[in-house]
Design a protein around this ligand. Structure first.
Ligand code: FAQ
Length: 336
């Protein structure tokens, strides 16, 4: 049986129309997921699968564009031309990631305007991590090392996500994120090996970004509302706690090479588990940030709304340009 439904993406086929019934379509979908095949935009898919993907991809896209703000804050104050050029390129990459992800979400029938409207009105989330301030230049290094490092750990498995357009977008995003992670590591290494004051600045940044980075992976597994279903659909390949543990295990030796300390006295190698044990995460803080009460929630969303409003003339000009080249004119343009 073909996976593409002639009935249109959102509609169940009409009884008696000759189209396969929903149960049969669902069986084909389940078999494709079980066989590790990719689901493509025109394939039939359960409504809940579509909604889950739009929710996750939208949050991901929003995180990329809101995530431009904390680092962009340092572009004018980067300490050298080389650092400035690198940081500008990185922040531009994040904008590009947002575009790939909004485009991937569009393949599910959800337009960018609708998603941005939900972000601006607080109906959709973005990652908790971007509600923390960047207080010093070392924060740019800590974001690259820890935040991009956590993002890669979470996102490499998404390259095998069951939904084709999301999986393919993630391949390029992960390649770029790995450069971002390395630039952060290299920046922190330079500071760590610098003067006493530079070393202290790097350590202070790591102290502030470590715990929020662990929260990026989401709530613990037993409180994760979506994990079980998303893993059954192979949207997520690993649980939040598995990925968080993987990240901790990667970071401990890297911190040692950097000559910096991770701010957790309970961090110890557990021979039996073959992993590092780590101290308790402050989930009350995480919930507070998600509820809009983090240190920078208001600032981030106000800035995002302002950027959107200030960019309206660019969208209008681009739309007029596209219309001009398609030969279709509005009434006003025809009269002029
Ligand atoms: N922040 O049931 P789960 C980046 C929400 S990109 C805010 O476990 P799920 C690149 C969750 O949405 C960073 N909300 O949810 C960069 C849900 O709420 P809902 C973003 C969070 O989806 C670097 C509720 O809690 N990455 O950093 C967070 O199965 C540097 C229950 O949670 C992605 O989006 C959180 N940390 O798992 C850019 C990756 N955690 O929707 C600039 C793709 C959970 O019911 C500079 N996303 N929530 O209202 C994912 O892998 C997943 O969506 C998780 C959450 C793992 C984030």
């Amino acid at each position: 049986m073909q996976r593409t439904s002639g009935a249109g993406q959102d509609q169940a086929p009409r009884p008696g129309s000759g189209a396969p019934d929903t149960a049969a379509l669902e069986a084909v979908f389940d078999a494709a997921v079980a066989a590790d095949e990719r689901i493509e935009p025109r394939d039939w898919m359960p409504d809940a699968y579509r909604r889950t993907l739009v929710r996750q991809m939208a949050q991901h896209a929003h995180s990329e564009i809101i995530g431009m703000q904390p680092e962009a804050n340092w572009i004018t104050r980067a300490p050298s031309l080389r650092r400035k050029a690198i940081l500008m390129a990185k922040v531009q990459d994040e904008a590009g990631h947002g575009l790939y992800l909004y485009s991937a979400a569009e393949t599910l029938g959800t337009g960018r305007d609708e998603l941005l409207d939900k972000l601006h009105s607080g109906r959709q989330k973005y990652s908790s991590i971007f509600n923390y301030p960047t207080l010093t230049w070392a924060d740019v290094g800590a974001i690259g090392w820890l935040v991009d490092g956590a993002a890669i750990t979470n996102q490499v498995p998404l390259c095998r996500c069951s939904y084709g357009p999301y999986a393919r977008a993630m391949i390029r995003i992960c390649k770029e994120e790995s450069f971002h992670q390395r630039q952060g590591y290299e920046l922190l290494l330079a500071l760590s090996r610098g003067t006493e004051a530079q070393h202290a600045m790097a350590q202070d940044a790591v102290n502030r970004w470590w715990w929020p980075s662990l929260m990026m992976f989401g709530p613990p597994d037993d409180e994760s509302a979506h994990s079980a279903q998303s893993m059954a659909w192979k949207i997520k390949r690993h649980s939040n706690d598995e990925l968080r543990q993987r990240f901790v295990d990667i970071c401990v030796p890297q911190a040692e090479s950097l000559g910096l300390t991770l701010p957790d006295p309970e961090l110890t190698w557990n021979e039996e588990r073959g992993h590092y044990d780590f101290g308790p995460i402050d989930w009350a803080e995480f919930r507070q940030v998600l509820a809009g009460q983090g240190p920078c929630n208001d600032q981030r969303i106000t800035q995002r709304r302002r950027a959107h409003e200030e960019g309206s003339w660019v969208r209008e000009a681009a739309a007029a340009h596209a219309r001009k080249h398609s030969g279709v004119r509005t009434e006003g343009e025809a009269a002029a």
